[in-house]
Design a protein around this ligand. Structure first.
Ligand code: HEC
Length: 152
């Protein structure tokens, strides 16, 4: 009898340890996606500042480097929004609708990837107007998703 009780305790302790481990892993995942999103934010802010200053021709090399950075970062965050991250103890701006409207969240990602590709394609040789337009489209793709899926 006593043995069973002890085994029960041990099992419960193991289950708790396992769920703590899983929660820890989910927290790591959330932190990783936020780091990537921050880098994306930094690269895009730099482009936006250059566009706003009408300085694309003079700062072409920076625009090209930032567009390439965006292109490599843009596909990365989304696999880190798995359902296991819903219960994270990390402070997150992710809205629960991410998991109830998975198709909408996916569509917003697809939009971003297309916009980032289009910006990258004109970054080196496009006219300043073209670059500004494509950068604007990227901004709309960021904002469109944030409006729906990120807390203010
Ligand atoms: C498909 C939806 C989606 C798209 C597209 C998107 N984001 Fe976000 N973004 C989010 C969500 C959701 C969060 C909140 C993540 C969290 O807190 O766990 C976020 C958070 C951020 C953050 C805050 C990161 C932090 O924790 O400090 C920045 C900066 C950011 N996004 C920039 C951008 C930029 C710039 C773009 C466009 C180049 C972009 N995002 C496109 C969904 C998106």
């Amino acid at each position: 009898m006593r043995g069973w009780v002890m085994a029960g305790f041990a099992g419960a302790a193991l289950a708790m340890a396992a769920s703590a481990l899983a929660a820890g892993a989910a927290d790591e995942t959330v932190l990783a996606r936020q780091t990537t999103l921050k880098s994306m934010g930094k690269a895009f802010k730099e482009i936006r500042t250059i566009v706003a200053a009408n300085d694309i021709a003079a700062q072409r090399a920076t625009v090209v480097a930032d567009a390439a950075k965006l292109k490599s970062l843009a596909p990365q965050p989304w696999s880190k929004f798995g359902p296991e991250t819903r219960g994270t103890s990390v402070k997150t701006e992710a809205k629960p609708v991410i998991w109830t409207d998975a198709a909408g969240f996916k569509a917003a990602q697809t939009k971003l990837l297309a916009a980032v590709d289009a910006l990258d394609a004109v970054a080196a040789k496009g006219s300043p107007d073209e670059v500004a337009t494509k950068a604007g489209d990227v901004g709309k793709a960021c904002g469109g998703c944030h409006k729906q899926f990120r807390k203010e």
